[in-house]
Structures are given as C-alpha cells and as structure tokens.
Write a protein that binds this ligand. Structure first.
Ligand SMILES: [Zn+2]
Length: 451
C-alpha cells in the first residue's frame, strides 16, 4: 500500500470511529425520550446507519482517489489525457447521495474529459449507482406500480427518488435482456453458436400462450413461452395416484410475430436441453400460431391440446343441444367428457356431427376437434404420466404479465411494456444474477473543454 493510501485509510478509520461514537451517543440520548418504542428506535437507528454508511462510502472513495494525481493518463481514445483538477461527482446510492472527489483529465486529441476513478469503480457522475439501479429495477418490476416501487424504497432504505427513476432503471434492465435475447437468436441462426445447455432433462415441456396488454398503440398480444419439467406427486383429487407437477420454469416472451417469438423460445428450450431430451412435450390451447411454432421448431414433440380447452367445446355443444343449465346438457357433456378422458375422440366427434344442425358452436367444435384430434389422446398421455392441462402457461401469463402489466387503468408505452415484461420473464425464471452480470459497464466521457 502506498503511503498516501495508508495515511488516507488511517484518517478514515479515525473519522469513522469518532462518528460512530457520536451516533451511538445520539441514538442513546434520543431513545431515552419519553414513550419511545423499539419501532421508533429501529427507524432512528436505520437513519443513523444510513448516514454512517454514506460516510464510509464517501471515505473509501476518497482513499481510492488518494495520492498525487498522475500528470497524464491514457485516454480511452488511445492518446494521453492531461490532469485538469479535482472535481466532485454526485452519485445516488442505496445509502443516499454521496460525493466522490476525484481527479479529472482532459484529452487534447479527442477533446473529451474523463475521470479514471469513475471507470475503475463503474459509476457515472450525476447518476445512480449500480446497486441502486438494481434495487430500483427489482422494485420497478415487482411492485404494482413505479410509484409503489419508490415508496417501498423510501420505506426500506430511506432513499427518496421519483417514480420515473424506477421506470428508467427497470426499462434499462429490460433492454439488456432484449439485447441478450437478440444476440442469442442471431448467434443460433447466423454463423455463431447454439445456446449452451445448462441441463440435460430426459423430458422437457414447452408451452406458449398469448395475453393482451393495453398499450399506447392499442391492445397488443404479448406472446409468452414457458419451458419446464415435471415431477410425479401424489394426487390430491385421486388418492393413491400420482400426477405430474410442473417445476423448474423459465419464461421468454415479447410483443412480436410468431416467427420471431418461435426463434427466441427455441433458444430458451435449447438452453434448457431440448437438443438432448429424449421427449419434448408441448401442451397448449388450439391457437394456430402456436402449432405453427411447434411444427417449425419442435418437430417430433408430443403435442397435446389442453384438456380444459377441449372440454369447453364439449360443454358448448351440450348447451347448443339441450340449452344452457339444462340437466340433460350436463348428462350429455359428462358422457362425452368420459369418452374424451378415455381416449375415444372419434366417438366424441361423431356425437358432435350428429348435432351439426344446432348451429355455429357445434360447427366450431367439429372444426376444432378435426384439427386437433391427434393432440387429444388423453388416455395415452395420462397412462404415460404426462401433463394434459395448460395451467402452467396460464399461471405463467398471470405471474409474468397480468400481475404487473394489467393493473386497473394501466396503459403502457409499447417499448415500456416490452421492457418491463422482459425483466419479469427473467425474474420468474430465477435468472436475475445472470441479468445483472449482463449489464454494460457504467461510465462516460464528457464533451467539455479543459478549464
Ligand atoms: Zn482522447
């Protein structure tokens, strides 16, 4: 350690020790006031701890900046930048605002100013620290609104910022996720490399669905994809039997066309080991775009149309024949559902066809069953322990999109909705540390003439 650094460290130690003593005395005296509860004291202690943290943070930065500044520093442009003077940089951190005095340089070649310490510590003067950015993005993506996010921050760490700062931080992280996905797709479909598989499951589930989001460009469909595995668990409905329980979810999605979405989903499936899995199972509703994506990217998958959607058609036909709420409708539907459950799709289809004259609902059911009969072999799927419901992707849509993007009265800018949704897909995939590691370095140069 250089002498100047050692001296600056000792000075900080002395200052910190003195201030710690003062704060302890102050808290002690304050707490002795009449009627103070532990809740009061803990709030006060938090405020003082924050103040002490600021002192440490500012002090350590001063230690790191200690020593005679070099007269010249290599500029990022390659030329030599000259020392100008010491200037303070304000940075907003999770401990509040700190002021960091550091050496600033000016490059006569590119005519830009820069501070080597900013680059070394990865912050931008006049901006938020990486730590505060992370907290803001986390709160911005998980709280009901950006207003609520900053209210939570104020409560938890006593740092006051405006909601727009939370919005900006969340959207920045969202753009990091979007850029990473684009790079992955470009590498997989271009002259790059396929995604590295993080697991080698025997069986992998893929599902997808669309959910509408209100944006400044009208209602737009957000396509969400889920990749997961299942584990057999004792059934609650049928004691003594096991049923598949979905686990290890990861999500991708965007407001985009099916072709682009399909590429991103395939990359995620590849990361989850789709290339080595001995079986890929797709469970989804009957939307055309879904099965087009499956045909394109998951050929050979076991295709299953969600049991609930298939059974809804049985009910609508039963109602068309016997009238809604009629006991006979119920009886008719139960029989057909039993056939469907036991894998007798053709029998169900024949029962529909016998009532063709009953109108559009019956016609639609016949078309649906005609298109998807090969995806309705429920007895076979059940015997193999496969999941036959799309509840996993539906609850995924609720968790990833509805819970944050469809709060009452919410209307998003389209880029804002896409970015926040991107953050949530990673959060709900337990991939947050990965996203944080993807963030670009934070520093900047200043277009400013030397004084
Ligand atoms: Zn330069």
């Amino acid at each position: 350690m250089e002498d100047s650094t050692a001296a600056a460290t000792e000075a900080l130690v002395a200052r910190a020790a003195e201030r710690a003593g003062d704060l302890a005395r102050e808290l002690s005296a304050w707490s002795a006031g009449a009627g103070r509860t532990l809740g009061d004291v803990e709030q006060r202690a938090l405020a003082l701890a924050k103040e002490f943290g600021q002192l440490l943070l500012t002090g350590v930065c001063a230690v790191l900046a200690a020593g005679e500044p070099a007269r010249e520093q290599p500029c990022p442009c390659g030329a030599a930048a000259r020392y100008v003077r010491q200037r303070p940089a304000q940075v907003l951190t999770v401990l509040g605002a700190v002021s960091i005095v550091r050496a600033c340089y000016h490059c006569p070649h590119c005519r830009r100013g820069y501070a080597p310490l900013d680059r070394r510590l990865g912050y931008c003067a006049g901006s938020t620290s990486a730590g505060l950015e992370e907290v803001l993005a986390l709160l911005g993506a998980t709280a009901d609104s950006f207003e609520e996010a900053v209210a939570l921050l104020a409560k938890l760490s006593l740092v006051q910022v405006c909601p727009n700062l939370a919005r900006a931080a969340t959207e920045r992280v969202g753009r990091v996720v979007q850029a990473a996905e684009q790079r992955t797709v470009a590498a997989a479909w271009g002259p790059g490399t396929l995604p590295t598989a993080v697991a080698a499951p025997r069986q992998l589930y893929v599902s997808m669905d669309g959910v509408l989001v209100q944006t400044d460009q009208g209602w737009r469909e957000y396509k969400l994809g889920a990749v997961y595995t299942t584990v057999a668990r004792p059934s609650r409905q049928h004691p003594g039997q096991a049923e598949p329980h979905a686990q290890e979810f990861s999500f991708v999605g965007d407001v985009t066309d099916a072709a682009t979405f399909g590429q991103v989903l395939w990359c995620e499936a590849a990361r989850r080991g789709v290339l080595t899995a001995s079986e890929v199972v797709v469970v989804a509703d009957g939307a055309h775009w879904i099965w087009n994506v499956v045909a394109e990217h998951f050929p050979g998958a076991t295709e299953i149309v969600d049991w609930y959607h298939a059974s809804q058609d049985v009910w609508s036909v039963a109602h068309a024949i016997h009238g809604e709420g009629a006991p006979l409708a119920r009886r008719w539907a139960k029989r057909r559902l039993a056939d469907l459950w036991e894998g007798r799709v053709d029998k169900v289809l024949a029962a529909f066809a016998a009532h063709r004259q009953r109108g559009q609902a019956v016609e639609e059911a016949i078309t649906y069953y005609g298109n998807h009969r090969q995806r309705m072999r429920y007895a076979d799927y059940r015997a193999r322990g496969l999941q036959i419901g799309s509840g996993s992707i539906e609850s995924g849509c609720k968790q990833v999109i509805t819970a944050r993007l469809k709060q009452a009265g919410m209307r998003w800018s389209l880029p804002g909705a896409r970015a926040v949704a991107a953050v949530r897909t990673r959060l709900k995939s337990a991939r947050w540390p990965e996203v944080m590691a993807l963030r670009p370095p934070r520093h900047r140069t200043y277009r400013r003439q030397a004084a």
